[in-house]
Design a protein around this ligand. Structure first.
Ligand SMILES: [Zn+2]
Length: 432
C-alpha cells in the first residue's frame, strides 16, 4: 500500500483519458478457482445436514469415508464433550474422537441442504470455541454465484460483471488466517446465500469474468470495497474508516461533471454546523431511492440513542447540540461534535452512522450514510443526506447507470477503482 497525500476528485471524462483499465490476459474458469472456507453458522448443537440427492461422510484421522449416505436424509451431528456423534433420527450411525468431519455431495456438481439453503461443495462441522460451527468448503467461482444475487438483481450484464470482479477481488483480499475459515457469510465479509440464491444472469457474468480480479501495482487490490449509492462522490477510505490511505480508493465524482461548489467550508476554529454540500448534476446514482433521504428523531429519542452508543465519559446529562464541524473532500462528515450537559465529544467518519441510529420498524439501524447535515427544529432533530453505505469503492447504483448507458465493465471498474488493472488472479505475485 502506498501513501498519497493529495486528495483526488476526478470526473469520468478525465478518468477515461488518464486511467484506462488494462486487461492483461484471458482466464479459464476451470483452471483458476481457489478453495474458500465460508463460515455459515455456530450453535451448541446439534447441527443438522440434509444429504439432498446423496452424500458422503468423511471423518476421522484417516479420513474414513462412510459412503454413500442415502438421499434426502437429515443427519444430526452432536458433540458430547469427547466424541462427534452422527445420528439418523435417534439411531447413531458413527462417532469419532476428532474435532471435525465433512459432508460432501455424491456428485461433484451436487448440493447439500443446511438450514433450508442448498450449498455446493462440502460442509465441515467443527468444534470451535466450545461450539459446533459449520463451514462451507467451496471454490471461488461457485462461491460468487451465491454472492452476486445478494447484491444486484436482473440488471445490465456489464454492471454484473463489474460486481463479479469486485466481489472476487474482495473475497481474495479478505481471507483471514487467524481462524478456521476464510470469510463469513454475512456483511462482515460479503453476504453469501449459497446455491439457493443463484440465478442464470449472475452466474453468466461470473463465468464471463472467471478468475479476473483488480490489481494495483502488480498486487491484488484487496480493498475493493463497494456499496449501494454514494450520493454524488465516493469517499477516500481514510476519510471514513480508521485506515491508511489506499491509492485506488480515492474520492471520485459519480458523474460526468463536478458539482457547482465542491470545497468543504474551512473550520476556522469557531465550529459552525456545516451544511450538506451540493451533489454534482446528473449523478450516476441519482436513480437510487436513497439518493436523497431524511431522518427525523424526537430530541429525547435521539438523546437516548446517542447515550446508548457512547461511553459515559463522552455523553452525560441532556443532549445540548450536534454540529458537523468538519467534512472530507467528498462532503462526508469527517467530524461530528456532540455536546451534552456533562461532556463534549467528536465522532469521526463512518462511526457517525453508528452513533446516530434511527428506528426502522422494530430495529435501530445505522444512518444511511455519513453524507448528511443535521439541524434542530423545535423538539426534533432532522438529518438530510444522500446515498447509502460507507461510500468507499464502487457505487452500485452508479455502476448500473453506466452499464445502462453502454459502458463496459472495465470502464465501470475504472471509474471507481482508479488506476487499477483487471488481471487473472493467477498472474499476481502475491497469489502465486
Ligand atoms: Zn454514486
Amino acid at each position: 500500500m502506498k501513501n498519497k497525500k493529495g486528495l483526488l476528485l476526478k470526473t469520468l471524462a478525465c478518468f477515461l483519458l488518464a486511467a484506462a483499465l488494462i486487461f492483461t490476459g484471458e482466464s479459464k474458469a476451470g483452471e483458476i478457482s481457489p478453495k474458500l472456507k465460508i463460515f455459515l453458522y455456530n450453535c451448541a448443537g446439534p447441527v443438522e445436514v440434509n444429504t439432498y440427492k446423496g452424500a458422503t461422510l468423511v471423518m476421522g484421522p484417516g479420513q474414513f469415508q462412510k459412503a454413500p449416505l442415502p438421499p434426502n436424509v437429515t443427519f444430526k451431528v452432536i458433540h458430547d464433550g469427547q466424541w462427534l456423534v452422527i445420528k439418523d433420527g435417534s439411531e447413531e450411525i458413527a462417532r469419532q474422537v476428532g474435532d471435525h468431519l465433512y459432508f460432501y455431495p455424491s456428485a461433484s456438481d451436487g448440493f447439500l441442504k443446511f438450514r433450508d439453503h442448498l450449498y455446493r461443495g462440502g460442509l465441515e462441522v467443527k468444534c470451535y470455541n466450545g461450539e459446533l460451527i459449520v463451514i462451507n468448503h467451496i471454490d471461488l467461482e461457485n462461491y460468487l454465484k451465491g454472492v452476486l444475487p445478494m447484491e444486484l438483481g436482473d440488471v445490465p450484464s456489464e454492471a454484473l460483471k463489474a460486481q463479479a470482479v469486485a466481489a472476487r477481488t474482495y473475497a481474495l483480499g479478505h481471507r483471514k488466517k487467524d481462524r478456521p475459515y476464510d470469510l463469513t457469510a454475512d456483511q462482515s465479509s460479503q453476504v453469501y446465500g449459497g446455491a439457493s440464491v443463484e440465478n442464470s444472469y449472475c452466474s453468466k457474468a461470473i463465468e464471463e469474468t472467471a478468475g479476473q480480479v483488480l490489481s494495483y501495482d502488480g498486487k491484488l487490490a484487496g480493498f475493493a470495497l463497494y456499496f449501494s449509492s454514494c450520493g454524488g462522490a465516493t469517499a477516500r477510505i481514510d476519510d471514513v474508516f480508521d485506515a491508511d490511505p489506499v491509492e485506488y480508493l480515492e474520492s471520485v465524482y459519480c458523474s460526468y461533471s463536478s458539482p457547482p461548489e465542491n470545497q468543504a467550508p474551512v473550520n476556522d476554529g469557531n465550529p459552525a454546523n456545516l451544511p450538506l454540500p451540493p451533489a454534482p448534476p446528473d449523478a450516476f446514482c441519482s436513480g437510487s431511492p436513497l439518493f436523497h433521504w431524511q431522518v427525523t428523531w424526537e430530541s429525547s429519542e435521539l438523546e437516548n440513542i446517542i447515550r446508548s452508543n457512547l461511553p459515559k465519559e463522552c455523553f452525560s446529562g441532556k443532549l445540548v447540540d450536534i454540529k458537523v464541524i468538519e467534512r472530507s473532500v467528498s462532503g462526508r462528515v469527517k467530524k461530528l461534535l456532540i455536546a451534552s450537559e456533562g461532556a463534549e465529544t467528536v465522532i469521526e467518519g463512518d462511526k457517525t452512522r453508528k452513533v446516530l441510529r434511527f428506528r426502522s420498524g422494530d430495529k435501530l439501524q445505522w444512518l444511511y450514510s455519513s453524507l448528511f447535515e443535521i439541524k434542530k427544529s423545535g423538539d426534533r432533530y432532522i438529518a438530510n443526506g444522500r446515498g447509502w453505505g460507507h461510500g468507499v469503492g464502487m457505487c452500485q447504483w452508479g455502476a448500473l447507470k453506466l452499464a445502462e448507458t453502454g459502458e463496459d465493465y472495465r470502464t465501470i471498474l475504472g471509474q471507481y477503482y482508479p488506476e487499477c488493472q483487471i488481471v487473472p488472479y493467477t498472474t499476481l505475485s502475491d497469489e502465486k
